[in-house]
Design a binder for this molecule. Structure first.
Ligand code: SAH
Ligand code: SF4
Ligand code: F3S
Length: 473
């Protein structure tokens, strides 16, 4: 039976990957994705709990769904509403009790059971169906093979969960303990994604460089450096990335991979959160500012063109003016290509939320965030401007904002836009049968993107297959 499915995704790339897998799990039951919740038989909200604002968005979305569901009811049609992801894991029981619109609540570790949960909700009519277990068996052993590819740039989950327990963070509670998928399972999925058109793979994990999975053929345990070498060796793959890393898990083999694996992109998201040792200790980050700088130096020695991005939290309890100044000086010292920064948001159940001493007033948080973001924006702009006049390989994966324009990513994940002379309106295939990976001369730098001119196909990629741009035809 043909049924329709709408998935709304918030949060990190892991949630984007999970949403794709949920669609895979439901495809054999006849569920076909649609772009609007209005016409959906099944709506899944894949949620994020990382900051307060993220969780609030779920409740307002549920409010909007209530009206849609009532309208469908009046037409004699059902709508099953499922809340998945990290808010579900953290507040599932409360959600089910408070929001009557919710039929199914499931955590990030049980989405392989979606068909059964949805069927039960369909039969049960009223009482919500909950599954918030952390099963002993891994969901990865129960997921079907991906049915659809993800296009030229694909995500692949290799590690999930976190044992670090930073004092501000909900992830160890919502995602559970660290789990590393075995290498052969990862390599098999990588091959399928490449066969479906992927030229770039991003290996995902909450703490991806803590990955230590079973090597193929019972060959002991590998670390992420070895896994990257094995993935990079797969035929047809042009680019490898991994995210998100913790500074304490940057081991020698991984740093060596940056020096020796040419397709490992020279861009690394390595969150530091703060430049103050006092704050880093209170955050339970398990390293000092100096340790971070040393790791950055080693990475840059291995790969001199490496650029970095980071996450920062301002206004952590106990953060004094001198602590914030230390963060600014670390930013100056490293020079980031890009970064995310947030005001500390107390999360229920985390140690930092109970911290009564040294709470930072909101006005101070706001001022510090603005100052930090100015500094980071200036660095990003300088980094982007430094590429004007240079030729860089760009992986095109989508139509641009304007008709006749295509967009892709540089090795540093900068968005790059190119006008294709004579291209049909609405974008199109790359002219001349070029592969999606091309060389582009950068003409202009903006705050968050670059614009340039197509020069030709990327050099050694002559054998790469030609791919239509997803959604651009
Ligand atoms: N696993 C990753 C990050 C996960 S969360 C890591 O270890 O870096 C993504 C980012 O959200 C964090 O790096 C942090 O900067 C931010 N964040 C997490 N909890 C937060 C909180 N309670 N308040 C504000 N920002 C938070
Ligand atoms: Fe959260 Fe820290 Fe784990 Fe990252 S390392 S997911 S910030 S607890
Ligand atoms: Fe959010 Fe969960 Fe990812 S809290 S950031 S969706 S791991």
């Amino acid at each position: 039976m043909a049924r329709t499915l709408y998935i709304k995704t918030w949060g990190c790339q892991m949630n984007v990957y999970d949403s794709a897998r949920m669609a895979d799990v439901l495809a054999p039951l006849g569920f076909r994705p649609v772009d609007r919740p209005d016409d959906a038989d099944l709506v899944i909200l894949n949620t994020c709990h990382i900051r307060e604002k993220a969780a609030e968005k779920v409740f307002s979305a549920l409010g909007r769904l209530r009206a849609l569901k009532a309208a469908r009811d009046r037409r004699g049609e059902r709508m099953i509403v499922a809340v998945a992801g990290c808010v579900a894991q953290a507040e599932g029981a409360e959600l089910a009790a408070r929001a009557r619109v919710v039929d199914v609540v499931l955590g990030p570790q049980t989405y392989h059971r979606l068909p059964e949960l949805v069927a039960r909700a369909w039969r049960a009519a009223r009482a919500p169906v909950l599954d918030l277990e952390f099963p002993v068996e891994s969901k990865f052993d129960h997921l079907p093979e991906a049915t659809a590819g993800q296009g030229v740039s694909a995500f692949l989950s290799v590690q999930e969960g976190c044992d670090k327990f930073c004092s501000f963070c909900v992830v160890p509670y919502t995602r559970g303990a660290e789990y590393s998928r075995p290498a052969d399972q990862i390599l098999a999925e990588a091959r399928r994604l490449i066969a479906a058109g992927a030229l770039e793979l991003t290996l995902l994990g909450q703490n991806v460089n803590a990955w230590h999975g079973a090597a193929p053929d019972g060959g002991g345990t590998w670390g992420l450096g070895q896994l990257i070498r094995a993935v990079a060796a797969l035929d047809g793959l042009e680019r490898v990335r991994y995210t998100t890393s913790h500074p304490c898990d940057m081991d020698d083999a991984l740093i060596a991979a940056h020096a020796e694996v040419p397709t490992l992109m020279p861009f690394l998201h390595l969150p530091v959160q703060s430049g103050s040792d006092h704050v880093l200790a209170a955050m339970n980050r398990r390293h000092r500012a100096d340790d971070y700088l040393r790791v950055v130096d080693r990475l840059r020695r291995a790969r001199p063109d490496l650029a970095l991005s980071s996450d920062f939290i301002v206004g952590f309890p106990g953060e004094r003016d001198e602590d914030f100044a230390a963060t600014l000086s670390l930013v100056d010292r490293v020079g980031f290509a890009q970064a995310y920064s947030f005001k500390f948001s107390p999360r229920p159940g985390t140690p930092a939320a109970d911290e009564r001493i040294g709470r930072v007033p909101d006005a101070v948080k706001v001022a510090r965030l603005a100052e930090l973001q100015d500094r980071l924006a200036a660095q990003q702009h300088a980094f982007n401007a430094g590429h004007v006049g240079r030729v860089m390989p760009v992986l095109f994966d989508r139509p641009g904002r304007r008709p006749g324009q295509i967009a892709g990513r540089s090795p540093y994940l900068q968005a790059v836009h190119v006008d294709l002379p004579g291209a049909a309106s609405g974008g199109g295939r790359l002219p001349g049968g070029h592969a999606a990976l091309c060389r582009v001369r950068i003409d202009t730098a903006h705050a968050n993107s670059l614009a340039g001119t197509l020069v030709g196909p990327a050099e050694p990629a002559a054998a790469a297959p030609t791919h239509a741009l997803k959604g651009a035809a």
